[in-house]
Design a protein around this ligand. Structure first.
Ligand code: IDP
Ligand code: MG
Length: 167
């Protein structure tokens, strides 16, 4: 079954200069990249992304982590992979949530760590099911930032607004 999946290279992955390694590992899947961008992550975006964990004791630290507050890297790389069994393939390469329990050859097993505060810094996010992928893709991307039509979209009239252009 063709699926789409949101991948985030988290701030620790960027700080450790792992972008190339992670993309190389993901290329083993032969999936297609249909969107990619660098994102400055607001508190609102990070909290919304991880809202299913808002009652966990590590939630505030997790939001700070995704915002880059722990790594002096206030950005993440967001990508959408698309193709057959995309979620299972990417989750498999990523490895278990806890980097100490992840297969040592997986991305998280190779590069993740547990901080002294107990947060799992696991360098990559991968959506875990199609419903979560849809919610997350719509949270991180607008339709026109994706080179294929993944979900129904509509056109709306946007009132004239100020926009930055090259000087
Ligand atoms: P996932 O990233 O494997 O889908 P989730 O349960 O969705 O796992 O958790 C989101 C993120 O929250 C994890 O990737 C990890 O960074 C962090 N996290 C999850 N569970 C724990 C925990 O028990 N202790 C510390 N950090 C955790
Ligand atoms: Mg998850």
């Amino acid at each position: 079954m063709n699926q789409k999946v949101l991948i985030l290279i988290k701030p620790d992955g960027l700080k450790k200069s792992l972008t190339g390694n992670i993309l190389t590992r993901l290329s083993e899947t032969k999936l297609e990249i249909v969107a990619a961008k660098m994102v400055r992550v607001s508190h609102e975006l990070a909290a919304e992304h991880y809202k299913h964990l808002k009652d966990k004791p590590f939630f505030d630290e997790l939001v700070r982590y995704l915002q880059g507050e722990l790594h002096d890297r206030k950005k993440v790389m967001a990508l959408i992979y698309w193709g057959k069994d995309a979620i299972q393939k990417c989750r498999g390469l990523a490895g278990a949530t806890n980097p100490e329990e992840a297969d040592p050859t997986s991305i998280r097993g190779s590069y993740g760590r547990i901080t002294t505060k107990g947060l799992y810094e696991n360098v990559i996010h991968v959506s875990s099911n199609p419903e979560e992928a849809e919610r997350e893709i719509k949270l991180w991307f607008d339709p026109d930032e994706i080179i294929v039509d993944l979900y129904p979209a509509k056109e709306i009239e946007v009132p004239p607004a100020k926009k930055r252009v090259w000087a």
